[in-house]
Design a protein around this ligand. Structure first.
Ligand SMILES: Cc1ncc(COP(=O)(O)O)c(C=O)c1O
Length: 442
């Protein structure tokens, strides 16, 4: 990890802000924030071409099957230090598969964090169950105390989401789950490679899910997987992701194993993406260490500004570093800092979202999800909200339901940390913060 250094442009501290007509710190946009993409090269190309040359892009059979999906599953199993991995077509599909394997359905409540991604609540609602919001704490992930306060006799489980690259306080959350005999599903979509005390996220709960969509730490464009230590849950998940039936060691469908006879949803991963993921998995430690080094340079540089509150990180060594959050005492100051930083050139190309106020962070915030706030149903009966089994459940989703999250969202800036920042890019980001914070909060 890099030693924190003072930015080279000391004079800019007292310079006029770009917002007020001064010269911006940067005139070229920062790189886009897609971590795995910046490390893609000949190895990924070779992997994809290898599958195409074999003319065997399907995981179960082919004219010259390469076994890429199986290879990926066994390598990810070893990486996570668990016993089972199932490759899937997306993180959303992985959430759906996991909850179906766990038997979620009408009459059940699943606790979800106020800060997550729309797929988390979608997976619960799509199965006819009720998502119940719990607040977050200064980790920006589930607050274990809020989780405990939301438990009712209908609660079947908790989805802990490791948000914005850093692990949730998952050991405390797992303790709550154990105390109340609830399942724990970890959503590691934004935290692949993260850990606490050397133990990988995804291995603390009953099931951990991952996404390999393009914004994630490792990617094949689209893709996902789940991991578990349970043979039972693995077999059920396998059935759900395929035709509705688990398979024996020889690959034959097990129609007589009733506990594994479910309904298939067709989320099988293909060989080509698995081949790319095997390469990206090998690169993951290097991708993470690059982002983490940049992020911790920023964190060190900002420590001298008491006006900036930095996110509580459960284990800095296990932080994947893909986002840098800065929180201020008041929303007005957070807004002003964001406007001023952007004017200083701390922005990406138009597709990028790398420097935003959290209130603009779209479907990651519970009250920004229209279908949740308006309780849109999944069918003509307006399930799950209208189902008799679900009456009496807490279904509050408007702004104000999770006050600590609301307050953090309004006071926090979110900066994506691309995995290919040069030292000059990092210097510019530090200089811009320095200039803006000195002018606005000094
Ligand atoms: C926390 C979280 N969960 C789930 C998902 C869904 O993953 P996918 O886009 O692969 O469906 C995402 C992706 O953005 C995510 O950020």
């Amino acid at each position: 990890m890099k030693v924190a250094t003072e930015p080279k442009h000391q004079e800019s501290r007292h310079a006029t802000l770009a917002l007020h007509g001064g010269t911006p710190v940067r005139s070229t946009p920062l790189p886009l924030e897609f971590p795995g993409v910046h490390h893609m090269g000949e190895e990924e190309i070779e992997a994809a071409v290898r599958v195409l040359r074999s003319r065997s892009p399907f995981r179960f059979y082919g004219v010259d099957l390469q076994g890429e999906v199986e290879g990926f599953e066994s390598e990810f199993t070893a990486f996570e230090n668990v016993s089972h991995c199932l490759a899937l077509t997306s993180g959303t599909g992985a959430l759906h598969t996991a909850l179906a394997a766990l038997g979620v359905g009408p009459g059940q409540e699943v606790i979800v964090p106020a800060y997550m991604w729309v797929s988390v609540v979608a997976a619960v609602v799509n199965l006819g169950a009720i998502p119940v919001l719990a607040d977050i704490d200064d980790t920006f992930c589930l607050d274990p105390a809020s989780v405990e306060a939301r438990i009712t006799p209908r609660t079947s489980g908790i989805i802990a989401v490791h948000m914005s690259g850093a692990p949730a306080d998952v050991e405390a959350i797992a303790a709550v789950a154990r105390r109340h005999s609830l399942f724990l599903l970890e959503d590691c979509a934004q935290c692949a490679g993260g850990s606490i005390d050397g133990r990988r996220v995804g291995s603390f709960g009953d099931i951990g899910i991952f996404s390999f969509q393009m914004n994630k730490n490792m990617t094949s464009g689209e893709g996902g997987c789940l991991v578990t230590q349970s043979e039972y849950l693995y077999q059920r998940a396998f059935a759900v992701h395929d035709t509705g039936y688990a398979r024996d060691a020889a690959g034959r469908a097990m129609y007589d194993k009733l506990e594994y006879c479910l309904w298939g949803r067709g989320y099988r991963l293909d060989e080509m993406r698995a081949a790319v993921l095997r390469v990206q998995l090998r690169k993951l430690p290097q991708i993470i260490s690059k982002m983490r080094a940049s992020k911790y340079r920023f964190r060190e540089a900002l420590r001298r500004f008491p006006q900036v509150q930095l996110r509580r990180i459960v284990d800095e060594r296990g932080d994947t570093g893909c986002f840098f959050l800065t929180t201020f005492a008041a929303p007005e100051l957070a807004r002003a800092v964001n406007r001023a930083l952007r004017a200083e050139g701390i922005v990406t190309f138009s597709q990028g979202i790398n420097d935003v106020l959290m209130t603009e962070w779209g479907l990651h915030l519970y009250y920004n999800i229209p279908s949740l706030v308006q309780k849109t149903g999944i069918d003509k009966r307006n399930s799950p909200w209208s189902l008799a089994e679900n009456q009496g459940s807490r279904t509050e989703y408007g702004k104000g339901t999770c006050p600590h999250a609301d307050s953090l969202f309004e006071r926090t800036n979110l900066l994506a940390v691309p995995s290919n920042l040069t030292e000059q890019d990092e210097d510019d980001i530090i200089t811009a913060f320095d200039k803006v914070l000195t002018a606005l909060a000094g």
